[in-house]
Design a protein around this ligand. Sequence first.
Ligand code: CA
Length: 432
Amino acid sequence: MLNQTHAPELTSWVTSANTTDTDFPIQNLPFAAFRRSGTNEAFRGGVAIGDQILDLAAAAKSGVYTDLAQQALEACSGEDLNPFMDMGKQAWSSLRLALSETLREGATAQTALQSCLVAQADAEYKLPCQIRDYTDFYTSVHHATAVGKLFRPDNPLLPNYKWVPIGYHGRASSIDVSGQNFRRPCGQTKAPDATEPSFGPCKRLDYEVEMGIYVGNGNELGEPISIENAEDHVFGMCLFNDWSARDIQAWEYQPLGPFLAKNFASTVSPWIVTTEALAPFRAAFERDAADPQPMEYLTSDANSANGQFDISLDCLIKTEGSAEENHLSTSNFKYSYWTVAQMVTHHTINGCNLQSGDLLGSGTQSGPEHEEAGSLLELTRGGKEAITLANGETRTFVQDGDTIIMRGFCQRDGARRIGFGEVASTVLPAKS
Ligand code: CA
């Protein structure tokens, strides 16, 4: 699975890509849709390298690239990456190799590509592709158990959890890129001791630390994707904050599951880190011997050997009027009860067709310890125990003016550290 693009000793002629703390060394090469901020330029594809962006529309016209890599660059030149994502794994890999070769220290393409760079500090982003459909899974057993205890103390984990990768179909229309500011939602809620529900602004607004998984090329209706082929359909991943209104959720969720508590805002990071870039950071998928083992259609040797992704996830809060970032929690995607391949295979096992640009949420990624919880609902035990931030303020749920920031990175001996950048979004007061 590893190739020359992952070699830890590679350096770039873009010198900011060679610092030890950059998220975007030459081993990463993630994709976004960008333009120079404050202009009317068309959005187009870009690849992050150090603190710069390689403008892929400009690179396509540079005369540097040929064959499949050139076709891939042309597919990245429009405002959405779907045409490129739809080309499939061979095209993704060809372009990655060509970009790695031409951005390397000593590459003769440096002269031609120098003028294709735009500083990230001068850029603004939009969603990297058209997200056609959005499905949110629930793959952290630690989150599912902790939340289940709050909603159903006697019956926290329902019996299907350990057999079925649980998910629901969400709405794509309210997903936006980092920098999203949204109004606190209003809705129906009912306090446990109230006889009737009331209407008003959400009082228990929460974030959820998730990974977003982008489908590259989809499948035909009626043709399930086997677990052996599942990752061939996964273009890459981003950071994902699935904003949630807990009080609305508690009243509306039975019997059909999440609805208005979940579809008012969800925020993705601008950069898609490709599945290929994540190859050095795979981990074994292990299922406790005391638990049911996954059914055969959710099992493969490759999935057992390295089905998981070791991605460290940090969550922070910035409160109104303060520049200080306060740590909330750290977790890791490797704790997921189901793997990305299992999510893709399960989603299509009934014949359901995935399409290029579909987004799968991983579900809140809480770790095994209480401090590793990926939501305030868990950290504050359902709002019963306020947490104290580093700046001295306290929180049970998210307040107006709060900005939630998530960062992710992969680090391991023998590999170059890569990161996801960040996703940040801010809550505005409810519409009056
Ligand atoms: Ca969620």
